[in-house]
Design a protein around this ligand. Structure first.
Ligand code: FES
Ligand code: FES
Length: 164
């Protein structure tokens, strides 16, 4: 089957088994390895990308239904050599450890902030439920997110970092 896509703004064609997951196509066909393969079963969120602007888990998405879709991966979330606001906040708050979860986390939370530019802290927590991180404490990640929109009070962790 032939599937025509726009990946990070570039016209791209995949020829092959329509049952192949978008995750496999991105990583193994197009060599876009920023999208991580962790559980492969829809539990961890590490493979999250945007399809037509919405976050989806690429490991669960067969490529065959994506003809004509616009796909954005972590490689395309910001211009080359730049960070988007979520990436910058993660760097500012020094939250990335092993990094396996973070491409998916950035994709999920970037889409969330686009729809909810001024969220409450509990809304950020809810938005993160599909993304598992085994290294960094979630509170610190939420602190980083809250700093992006900057209106909600942030926890003491940010104050400690700012004053240290
Ligand atoms: S690799 Fe897709 S949800 Fe874990
Ligand atoms: S930084 Fe290691 S799983 Fe999140």
């Amino acid at each position: 089957m032939t599937v025509n896509l726009a990946i990070n703004g570039d016209a791209s064609t995949y020829e092959g088994d329509p049952r192949t997951s978008l995750l496999d196509v991105l990583r193994n066909h197009f060599r876009l390895t920023g999208t991580k393969a962790v559980c492969g079963e829809g539990f961890c969120g590490a493979c999250t990308v945007h399809v037509n602007g919405k976050p989806i888990m690429a490991c669960l998405q067969p490529i065959g239904v994506l003809d004509g879709a616009e796909v954005t991966t972590i490689e395309g979330i910001a211009p080359l050599d730049e960070l988007n606001a979520v990436q910058q906040a993660f760097e500012d708050f020094d939250v990335v450890q092993c990094g396996m979860c973070f491409p998916g986390m950035v994709m999920s939370l970037s889409a969330f902030l686009k729809e909810n530019p001024n969220p409450e802290r509990d809304e950020v927590k809810s938005a993160m439920t599909g993304n598992i991180c085994r290294c960094t404490g979630y509170e610190r990640i939420i602190d980083a997110l809250m700093s992006v929109q900057g209106l909600e009070q942030v926890s003491s962790q940010k104050s400690e970092k700012v004053t240290s």
